[in-house]
Design a protein around this ligand. Structure first.
Ligand code: A2P
Ligand code: 11C
Length: 334
């Protein structure tokens, strides 16, 4: 059925991409409301040949709205998602605020679509971007061999920090090339021509919260409570698309040909893997696209029953906006 939809954080990096996904995928809309902070109220945005005006988010914003796609950060979600839900609106929330709530499903449509329909709090959580992209590659292999342990390092683009992350990288590159002093506001150190081995805050065990999302969200999405995950998340001076280097250990013996075939016909994920022709995916290959790519797949030499692989995906798209819109499409289909 056609739905009355609101985007909360419509002017942000993810919000703009949600708008684009709704447009290009021909989402069945009855109406669309764009919500952001007071700063953006009155801003005009083109959509399907019409002009929409951004409105300030208030507790009254959700009257008559069936579905709200939230992407304005955890604080806004914590404050406004329950208000929207109480108004009878189903929330698809991009923040980490509700992901571990047992009454909030955490959904990747290619993996656990049925979970989207069991949402007692009227809130559905969209997983962390690095987790979504990694699982897009690991889930087909899990179905084949049974996933036991994941050892990963991520290479995460600055757009994961929103528009301000993009602006900081661009500003620093310009400053350095022009010989001006570098200013860091978003990141604790210079990101241009550098790497930062901390994403999100530290937990007590020395891991960052971003790293623990891969563990906790991976277990919940794939219903694998025993899954072992260890991860180091690194910010890299790339505008867009996250990359993940993964060693995945399985219960069953792995076979490389079977592993390659595991991706045949699977939506949203494709092999880009041919050493003979130097074929492997880079962040630029997935940027602005819907598909995640796997390359460099090989039997791991150090870990038993394991595959070593390289995954890339557009984290603004499949890692956030597209996944949220796919969840919305599931809801609209019933
Ligand atoms: P605004 O553009 O008006 O600041 P990003 O992740 O790219 O930084 O974007 C964050 C999004 O969240 C933007 O759309 C931003 O709107 C929105 N946002 C930030 N603070 C608020 C707020 N207090 N109320 C509503 N929306 C907000
Ligand atoms: C980043 N992955 O690249 C983060 C942004 O839990 O969804 C999104 C954080 C999250 O900084």
């Amino acid at each position: 059925k056609n739905m009355n939809v609101a985007i909360v954080g419509a002017t942000g990096a993810v919000g703009v991409e949600i708008l684009s996904c709704l447009e290009t995928r021909n989402f069945p809309l009855a109406s669309l409301k764009l919500l952001a902070s007071k700063r953006s109220a009155g801003k005009q945005v083109a959509f399907r040949g019409q002009t929409l005006t951004v409105e300030e988010l208030t507790p009254e914003s959700f009257a008559g709205v069936d579905l709200a796609l939230f992407s304005a950060g955890g604080d806004i979600s914590r404050q406004f998602a329950p208000i929207a839900a109480a108004a009878g609106c189903v929330v698809v929330d991009n923040s980490s605020a509700f992901r571990q709530d047992p009454d909030v499903p955490l959904v990747v449509p290619e993996i656990n679509p049925e979970a989207a329909f069991d949402h007692p709090r009227n809130i559905i959580a969209n997983p962390n971007c690095t987790t979504i992209i990694t699982l897009m590659a690991l889930y087909p292999l899990h179905l084949q061999f049974g996933l036991k342990t994941v050892i990963a390092s991520s290479y995460q683009a600055v757009s994961g920090s929103g528009q301000q992350g993009i602006a900081e990288l661009e500003g620093q590159v310009r400053a350095i090339v022009d010989g001006h002093p570098v200013e860091s506001k978003v990141y604790p150190k210079q990101i241009a021509f550098n790497l930062i081995p901390q994403i999100d805050n530290f937990a007590d065990n020395g891991y960052t919260k971003e790293e623990l999302k891969m563990l906790n969200e991976g277990r919940k999405i794939m219903s694998l409570p025993e899954l072992n995950v260890t991860c180091t998340c690194v910010r890299v001076p790339v505008y867009r698309s996250h990359s993940i280097s993964v060693v995945a250990q399985f219960y069953k013996p792995v076979d490389l040909e079977l592993a390659r075939k595991a991706f045949d016909g699977k939506p949203g994920i494709a092999l880009m893997d041919d050493p003979a022709t130097r074929t492997w995916p880079t962040p630029l290959d997935s940027t602005n696209g819907d598909t995640c790519y796997v390359g460099r797949m090989r039997r791991d030499l150090a870990v038993d029953n394991a595959l070593n692989l390289w995954v890339v995906g557009d984290q603004v798209r499949k890692g956030a906006a597209l996944n949220a819109v796919q969840i919305a499409e599931l809801l609209a289909s019933r």
